[in-house]
Design a protein around this ligand. Structure first.
Ligand SMILES: [Zn+2]
Length: 295
């Protein structure tokens, strides 16, 4: 188990403990003993495999923890990385624990996830553990890369201040309309700024993947008014978005460039004086026209 410098981030290899505890967690869940189930899950997340079998798993532990610390060091070398690491609520702890190779092979488990440790208990029998705040658990595999870990740290930052509350929004392309949510929007664009700062290709999500030109992404936003309104929502509601807008010198920075994007949008929507933040009623919305392209 390693704490990453003075940040409230702990890397903890616990695969063997977790595997053994899981049948017991399921048993408690099926018996509707939800509080005990959560206590066991917290204990599992915060206990190291070094505590069992006379530290038999030492090599695996070292290998995982060293690789994750290397990712964290890389994150720390970026201004935006230091902003996020330094902004996580110090009254909380982020626990980075491993996705096992077996989990990677299972369907739906080949991505990183972040959730609250003391999650809100669902009494409808579901295993959903995404609601809550405070300490968090990030399930991660070093092969996902430092930018993915950075993305998860953004979620952890939001949870640490009780701000994580996903609102659905629409993403429209020529061919389809998909739903995503505001928390993913924020984390994906923070991740893009992180990549942009390192002069790397933007890692846009599944809905508009493959672009590495910031103007293409900005054009996409101009065609999707929800995304512009989400930028405004985060500028008004999240200090990190404002910090990135004022201090972050990355080519891709939609928070810094928001005013330009809004002005561009309003050129085609002259009846509006400004765009409202996401979640605010917009009575004339059906009449909104997509703006012309940036580049
Ligand atoms: Zn995410």
């Amino acid at each position: 188990m390693r704490r990453f410098e003075a940040f409230p981030v702990v890397v903890n290899y616990n695969i063997h403990i977790r595997k053994r505890a899981w049948p017991e967690e399921v048993k408690l869940h099926e018996a509707k003993e939800y509080v005990q189930e959560r206590e066991l899950s917290i204990k599992t997340t915060t206990t190291s495999d070094s505590t069992i079998e006379n530290n038999l798993w030492k090599d695996e532990i070292d290998k995982f923890e060293t690789r994750v610390v290397t990712c964290l060091e890389r994150i720390k070398r970026h201004t935006i990385g230091r902003m996020v690491l330094g902004s996580i609520n110090k009254q909380t702890t982020v626990w980075i624990v491993p996705r096992s190779d077996a989990e990677l092979k299972e369907r739906g488990n080949h991505s990183a996830t972040t959730g609250p440790l003391r999650y809100e208990i669902q009494t409808d029998g579901s295993y959903a553990r995404g609601a809550g705040s405070g300490d968090t658990q990030i399930l991660f595999h070093p092969s996902f890369g430092d930018d993915v870990l950075f993305h998860e740290l953004v979620h952890a930052y939001r949870y640490s201040y009780k701000k994580f509350s996903p609102m659905p929004y629409y993403v429209r392309t020529d061919r389809s309309t998909n739903t995503s949510n505001s928390e993913e929007f924020f984390a994906h664009h923070m991740q893009n700024m992180y990549l942009s700062q390192g002069n790397r290709k933007l890692g846009l999500d599944y809905t508009w993947g493959g672009n590495d030109d910031k103007n293409e992404v900005y054009d996409f936003m101009l065609q999707n008014v929800d995304t512009l309104m989400l930028l405004k929502y985060f500028l008004l509601n999240d200090p990190m978005a404002r910090l990135a807008a004022s201090r972050l010198d990355a080519p891709f920075n939609p928070f810094r460039d928001y005013k330009m994007l809004e002005a561009k949008f309003l050129e085609n929507n002259k009846s509006l004086r400004e765009l409202p933040a996401f979640g605010t009623m917009l009575s004339s919305r059906p009449a909104l026209q997509s703006a012309r392209r940036v580049g």
